[in-house]
Design a protein around this ligand. Structure first.
Ligand code: TXA
Ligand code: MG
Length: 324
C-alpha cells in the first residue's frame, strides 16, 4: 500500500479511538487521540503503564503547540525555535484540551514535534494531537523498528506505520519549562550542551531523586539479560570469569574490540561512535535476549553528545538487572 494510503488508514483508526504505532526519529511511539479519554485508557492498558505516569503529546508544529499549552514562556519558545522538529520534549502548563488521562492529573503536559516524515505526515493529516509513549510494554526496552513493536505488542496495536529503523535510537530529551529555571528531566537524544548554548546558561539536571519524569525510574529500559558495565581493559578478564562459570556472555563496546577477547564471547556490536552506539543500543539488547544471553558486558561510551543518554540508559538497565 502507498505511504499516503497508510497514513489515511491510520487517521481513520485514530479518529475511531484506535491505537497506531508510528516511527519517530528517536523510537517508535504508540499513538492515540490525545483528546480522547477512552482511547487513552486503552493505551495505558496495552502498555501496562501505571495511570499516573504522564505521556508525551505529539503535535505537527510549534503553532499547534499553542492550543495544548496554557502559556509558553520565552525559554520554551527559544528551545522550540531551535530544535523542533526534533528530539526535544518540553513540559508546559496544559490547556483545557489536554485531559487528565494524558498527564496523570498533573497540570503540566509534555509536548514534542518529532522529526520523521511518516510521523509528520500523520500529525498533519490527523489535525489534532497524538499522545504517544514508546511502543513497548512498561519498563522494557523501547522499540526502534516496526518488527520490535509487533514483537512487543502483537495484536494489541491496531496499525503499525513502518518507517524503517529509527535514525537516533534513544528517546527525546525532556526539559521542564514550568520552573523558574528550566531543568532537564530526562537525558536524551538532544545533548545538554546544545540546550545550554541556546539558553545561554547552564541547565540543571533533575533526572533522579523525587521522580518528576517516571521514565527516570531506576528499573526502566531493561532487557531480560543482566547488563554489567565494565571498563574496556577489564572486559576480557570479566568475560572469561563469567564464561568459566557457565554463563552465556556478550559484549557491546565502541570499536575497536579489545585484542584478547576469550573464545565463546558473543560480540553484539562494535559501534563506530556515540551516534552509532545510540542507534544500535536497544536493538542489540533485544538481540542479546533473542540469543538467550545471560550477561551483556557493556563498555559505556564517552558521555558527550548523545553519549550522555546512552550512559543514562545503560546505568538504569544495569541497576534494573543487577543481582540482588
Ligand atoms: O522520544 C520520545 O520521547 C518517545 C517518542 C515516541 O516520542 N516517547 C517516549 O515516551 O519516550 P515515554 O512515554 O516512553 O516517556 C515519556 C516520558 C516519561 O518519562 C514521562 O514521565 C515524561 O515523559 N513526561 C510526560 N509528560 C510529563 C509531564 N507533564 N511532566 C513530567 N514528565 C512528563
Ligand atoms: Mg518509554
Amino acid at each position: 500500500m502507498s505511504e499516503r494510503a497508510d497514513v489515511a488508514r491510520a487517521v481513520t483508526v485514530l479518529r475511531a479511538g484506535g491505537l497506531v504505532a508510528f516511527p519517530t526519529e528517536t523510537v517508535y511511539g504508540l499513538g492515540c487521540d490525545a483528546e480522547s479519554p477512552a482511547a487513552l485508557r486503552r493505551l495505558f492498558a496495552v502498555k501496562q503503564r501505571p495511570i499516573d505516569h504522564p505521556v508525551i503529546v505529539h503535535v505537527a508544529s510549534a503553532a499547534a503547540m499553542e492550543a495544548f499549552a496554557a502559556d509558553v514562556p520565552p525559554v520554551a519558545r527559544a528551545l522550540v525555535d531551535a530544535f523542533w522538529p526534533g528530539p526535544l520534549t518540553i513540559v508546559l502548563h496544559r490547556s483545557a484540551r489536554i485531559p487528565d488521562e494524558v498527564t496523570g492529573g498533573r497540570d503540566t503536559v509534555g509536548l514534542r514535534v518529532p522529526d520523521e516524515p511518516h510521523a509528520l505526515a500523520l500529525l498533519a493529516a490527523f489535525d489534532g494531537a497524538l499522545a504517544a509513549p514508546s511502543a513497548n510494554r512498561f519498563g522494557k526496552v523501547s522499540p526502534t523498528t516496526a518488527a520490535d513493536v509487533r514483537a512487543d505488542l502483537g495484536d494489541d496495536v491496531d496499525l503499525i506505520l513502518d518507517g524503517g529503523p529509527c535514525r537516533v535510537g534513544v528517546e527525546s530529551t525532556i526539559v521542564d519549562c514550568t520552573l523558574a529555571a528550566p531543568a532537564i528531566l530526562r537525558l536524551g537524544a538532544l545533548a545538554q550542551g546544545a540546550i545550554e548554548k541556546v539558553l545561554g546558561a547552564p541547565v540543571q539536571l533533575r533526572t533522579s531523586g523525587e521522580t518528576v519524569a517516571p521514565g527516570t525510574l531506576r528499573g526502566h529500559y531493561a532487557p531480560a539479560a543482566r547488563v554489567v558495565l565494565v571498563e574496556s581493559r577489564a572486559v576480557a578478564a570479566r568475560a572469561s570469569g563469567l564464561l568459566a562459570s557457565g554463563e552465556r556472555v556478550a559484549v557491546l563496546m565502541l570499536a575497536p574490540a579489545v585484542a584478547d577477547l576469550p573464545a565463546g564471547l558473543t560480540v553484539l556490536d562494535l559501534p563506530v561512535d556515540v551516534d552509532d552506539f545510540a542507534r544500535v543500543l536497544y536493538t542489540r539488547l533485544r538481540d542479546a535476549d533473542r540469543a538467550r544471553v545471560d550477561v551483556v558486558l557493556v563498555v559505556p561510551p564517552p558521555p558527550a553528545g548523545v553519549g550522555g543518554a546512552v550512559v543514562d540508559r545503560l546505568t538504569r538497565a544495569a541497576a534494573a538487572t543487577a543481582r540482588q
